[in-house]
Each structure stands twice: as structure tokens, then as C-alpha cells.
Design a protein around this ligand. Structure first.
Ligand code: THU
Length: 160
């Protein structure tokens, strides 16, 4: 037996104002997308904004359904939209913001496990890393330079 230690790196910013202006703008776009979420069941709204290397910005928000599993998270709504609309473009950054209609979300909200798997597919496809910035409604912002920091030991197409 050999132990295997897996390390992930993150940066923590005290507030969104500490980020470069372009990322602040992307987070603002994520917040605008968040406010368009359709989340009558969870009362938890998430917005995502992706910047692409063709200067396009693509957004998504969570879309819920009376049949609960049929809903989709903001991150997957956004990345599938990017893949469908701009299949040749590379995704450079993702900004994510989450807000509860019941309480103030002050801690950064990372993408769920299923979204991490969906996101890493595009990192593998485009062969360049995607930076992820995530926050709650207010407070600290966390950054990962790659989806792989959020999802070590990825399942990828090379095993198929
Ligand atoms: N949600 C997201 O949009 N992204 C995540 O990464 C986690 C959860 C949504 C799904 C559901 O509509 C609501 O938040 C509560 O789970």
C-alpha cells in the first residue's frame, strides 16, 4: 500500500472588490443571472456567468421543476448553453453567486458534484483550465484555477 495525497489549491478574497475589474464585472453578470433563477421550490437562487475566449459572456441560472430531479443547476445551464452556442470557443472563467430567499448566504457556495463533473468535461475538451470564482450573496469569494481543484481524480473520456 502506498498513500496518495491529493492537494487542491484555492484563493480566498475578502470581498468581490479585491478581484480584477473584469472578474468583478463577470460576477455582477452572475448576480444578474441569479436574480432570473426559477427556484420556487428551494427558494435558493444561483447564477453563473462564463467568459469565453471569443469575448462572449454566457449566463445561466437554476431552473427548477415540480418533478424535482428534472430541474437543472445554474452552472450546467450555463455551460451547456456555452457548448451549444459556441462549440469552438474556450471557456476561460466562471463566476458563480448564490442567494437564499430565506437567509443571507455569506459563505462561498461551490458548484455541486454533478456540476463539477459537467464542468470538467469542457476543461478536458478544450485542453485549457477554467478558473472558477464562487461566492454567496455577499462576503468572501473563493477562486480555483482549475475545475480539477474542485474535483480531483476526475472521471474522463480517456478511460472509455
Ligand atoms: N443549485 C445550483 O444551481 N447549483 C449548485 O451547484 C448547487 C445547487 C441549485 C439547484 C436547486 O435549484 C437549488 O440550487 C437548491 O439545491
Amino acid at each position: 500500500m502506498k498513500p496518495l495525497k491529493v492537494t487542491s489549491n484555492f484563493e480566498v478574497y475578502d470581498s468581490v472588490e479585491e478581484l480584477p475589474q473584469a472578474i468583478q464585472n463577470l460576477m455582477k453578470t452572475a448576480v444578474e443571472a441569479r436574480d432570473k433563477a426559477y427556484a420556487p421550490y428551494s427558494q435558493f437562487k444561483v447564477g453563473a456567468a462564463l467568459s469565453l475566449n471569443n469575448n462572449e459572456v454566457v449566463t445561466g441560472s437554476n431552473q427548477e421543476n415540480a418533478s424535482y430531479p428534472s430541474g437543472l443547476c445554474a452552472e450546467r445551464t450555463a455551460i451547456y448553453y456555452a457548448g451549444a452556442a459556441f462549440p469552438e470557443a474556450q471557456i476561460q472563467n466562471i463566476a458563480i453567486s448564490a442567494k437564499s430567499m430565506k437567509h443571507t448566504v455569506e459563505a462561498p457556495v461551490p458548484p455541486c458534484g454533478a456540476c463539477r463533473q459537467a464542468l470538467v468535461e469542457y476543461e478536458v475538451k478544450q485542453e485549457t483550465d477554467i478558473a472558477v470564482y464562487f461566492m454567496g450573496e455577499t462576503g468572501k469569494v473563493m477562486k480555483a484555477n482549475s475545475i480539477k481543484d474542485l474535483l480531483p481524480l476526475i472521471f474522463e473520456n480517456s478511460v472509455l
